[in-house]
Design a protein around this ligand. Structure first.
Ligand code: ARG
Ligand code: ZN
Length: 490
């Protein structure tokens, strides 16, 4: 079969019109089953080594909410993003993403996830590959199959006007948020694919290096260590960020705009970099000074800080109601209060270090981070955990707090709803009362230590509480996490 896969005309930075991978003659494409690179099967091809027969990688990894998010057949190890952002340009974002990955099967074809942006060219190990981009699935067919266990590099040149995913609201966006001086990304659960092609699953953490070129006067911020700024000529600067931590895609950060960079160190020597929109500088000054204290508080309760950077991105997007636990440098749409900062720092352990195994398990992130934030409030003398609990329990049975059990969100919109956060934290309060403070703190520390950089489940958490306390906590979890409706007793 001869198929013309794509025929985009596009322009390079220098304005030269190029014709993309227009026709790849003789390449067997489309349809499931065994794909064999024609180069090694066609009669007139040079004698090749024994051809690898491969099968296509899956186009999803069957998350219970997002079955098509993520892809099978390979393990992404590293992303090197080399991007340009022109907030006022016609093409706002453009560049190349190079993913280094390892095939986990003999691979004839594989997918990445990418929303809205236009792919211009795909190279696999230096050879142009064919591709098809439909919806958020970018399907790539390399000329030769990739043998299981082999490492390969996929360089994708792409660009366009990024934006949020369809389920977003202005207050609660998922993806690329345009701000008045640039952009910021709030990428949970799936918004990472609004700015780079990614294996968009909880199950494929990777390391990152991010270089972003922006018009002079603007700053580009990501996670990780700041490697500095360099002039890129023509009134542009390139900012470089490196991250050796294993990062799940939703935890990657990008913000572009007018920012001041402030640096410091935590007590234990972790470098701090804050990027602050000047309009939020006054409002965030005192709170950002407390980052070392918040990290220390977390270390006392949850064990060693699991990331090698700290800080904050404080942007100015007053209508956005979210903060996000972007790894090592949480992202805020405005100056946070300390309670919110404690919540995002708690996520460095719960979510960024101990990973979700499925989005339906979101309570493991949000229930724990919310309870941690109550503990912070208690230490601060603002409100005790008991006051938090009592105030919430007073809410009537038809309040949305009781709309569904925290361990059973029914749809994507439920992921970040009050039952997960607040009823979820109430569950932990009940368990703490039952097992006592000492056992409870031991549970938290053991959990973060035993599950560091692992995919965890709610069932494992429950089992751990029983193992450490020797008490039947399962009954409490059944009432507070698994059962419908407002529990009959506080
Ligand atoms: N994990 C974030 C937090 O609790 C919330 C992210 C909400 N995402 C969304 N698309 N609504 O701090
Ligand atoms: Zn949270």
């Amino acid at each position: 079969m001869l198929i013309q896969r794509s025929r985009h005309k596009y322009r390079t930075k220098h304005g030269r019109a190029l014709k993309a991978a227009a026709v790849v003659a003789g390449l067997a494409v489309g349809g499931a089953g065994v794909g064999v690179a024609m180069a090694s099967t066609s009669t007139d091809s040079p004698a090749a080594a024994v051809p690898v027969k491969g099968t296509p990688g899956a186009d999803g990894v069957k998350d219970s909410f997002f079955p098509k998010a993520g892809n099978g057949g390979y393990d992404a190890l590293h992303y090197a993003l080399d991007l340009a952002v022109e907030p006022k340009g016609k093409t706002v974002l453009s560049g190349t993403s190079t993913m280094t990955a390892k095939a986990t099967q003999d691979l004839s074809r594989f997918n990445l996830d990418l929303s809205r942006l236009t792919v211009k060219k795909v190279m696999v190990d230096g050879t142009e590959a064919t591709f098809r981009h439909k919806g958020t699935e970018l399907e790539i067919t390399p000329v030769n199959c990739i043998a299981k266990g082999e490492r390969f590099k996929v360089a994708i040149t792409y660009g366009g006007r990024p934006g949020v995913l369809p389920d977003s609201t202005e207050e609660s966006p998922d993806g690329w948020v345009t701000t008045d001086d640039g952009a910021m990304v709030m990428g949970e659960p799936l918004g990472a694919m609004t700015w780079y092609p990614v294996n968009n699953t909880l199950h494929d953490p990777a390391t990152y290096e991010v270089a972003v070129t922006v018009p002079s006067g603007l700053t580009a911020v990501s996670n990780g260590r700041y490697l500095g700024k360099k002039s890129a000529g023509a009134g542009k600067d390139t900012f470089r960020w490196n991250n050796d931590n294993q990062i799940v895609p939703y935890q990657t950060a990008l913000a572009v705009g007018k920012f001041t960079l402030q640096t410091g160190k935590t007590e234990s020597g972790v470098p701090i970099v804050n990027a602050v929109d000047p309009r939020q500088r006054t409002a965030s000054r005192d709170i950002l000074r407390r980052i070392p204290e918040v990290v220390e508080w977390g270390e006392k309760l949850f064990g060693a800080y699991p990331v090698d950077t700290a800080g904050a991105i404080v942007d100015h997007a007053p209508k956005v109601g979210l903060a996000l636990e972007t790894i090592g440098r949480p992202t805020y749409a405005k100056a946070p209060v300390s309670t919110v900062m404690a919540h995002e720092y708690a996520h460095q352990w719960f979510g960024d270090s101990v990973w979700l195994s499925d989005w339906s398990q979101i309570w493991l992130n949000e229930g724990l981070a919310t309870y941690a934030m109550w503990m912070w409030d208690e230490e601060e003398g603002r409100a005790t955990t008991q006051q938090w609990f009592d105030g919430l329990y007073r809410l009537p049975a038809d309040n949305e707090l009781w709309a569904f059990p925290p361990a059973k969100p029914g749809k994507p919109k439920d992921l970040f709803a009050p039952p997960v956060y607040y009823r979820g934290a109430m569950a932990l309060h009940k368990v703490r009362q039952a097992v006592g403070d000492k056992a409870f703190l031991k549970i938290l520390k053991t959990w973060t230590a035993e599950h560091k950089h692992r995919h965890a489940t709610i069932e494992e958490f429950i089992a751990l509480t029983e193992k450490i306390s020797g008490k039947e906590t399962r009954k409490i979890f059944n009432v507070w996490l698994h059962s419908k409706g407002k529990p009959a007793h506080p």
